[in-house]
Write a protein that binds this ligand. Structure first.
Ligand SMILES: [Zn+2]
Length: 149
């Protein structure tokens, strides 16, 4: 589902097909029960497209995830550049201070890339999830108000 939403966002998949009427998970033509939320199409109906609001929700979620990963990556790199400049700023420019500069830079580059991929991914995922939980609840409320059943 998330990958499909990514493709729709990128314009690589058409926003058309058969979707669960409750959660908009794709529904195969022969299936009547949603694999994601377990509701039957008899209960909720089916949708022919994912609503714009749901796609926007997904875009904002991906935005949050990316923001956290980028912030950690660039933050780590900035700290690294400052730390790498310390030996050069306080010592003479010698072979060892130049070596230390590049070694520290490489170290912080790898460290921030790693942190962005592990901690950043996990934090971004949770932050994105919290956004989806909140926005989905509001979306459901509005949907219920629109067509109560
Ligand atoms: Zn569903």
């Amino acid at each position: 589902m998330l990958l499909l939403l990514d493709d729709i966002l990128a314009g690589q998949a058409p926003n058309a097909g058969r979707f669960c009427g409750h959660c908009y998970h794709p529904l195969a033509p022969e299936r009547d029960v949603c694999a994601h939320c377990g509701r039957s199409s008899a209960q909720t109906g089916t949708a022919e497209a994912v609503p714009r609001a749901v796609i926007e929700m997904h875009r904002r979620r991906r935005g949050r995830e990316g923001l956290v990963v980028r912030t950690i990556a660039w933050g780590g790199l900035t700290v690294g550049v400052v730390a790498a400049l310390v030996p050069i700023a306080f010592g003479n420019i010698t072979w060892w201070s130049v070596t230390a500069f590049f070694a520290l830079l490489a170290f912080f580059y790898l460290l921030s890339a790693n942190l962005a991929n592990s901690v950043g991914d996990a934090l971004g995922y949770r932050w994105g999830q919290s956004l989806v939980r909140r926005e989905w609840a509001r979306f459901e409320q509005e949907r219920c108000a629109r067509d109560p059943d």
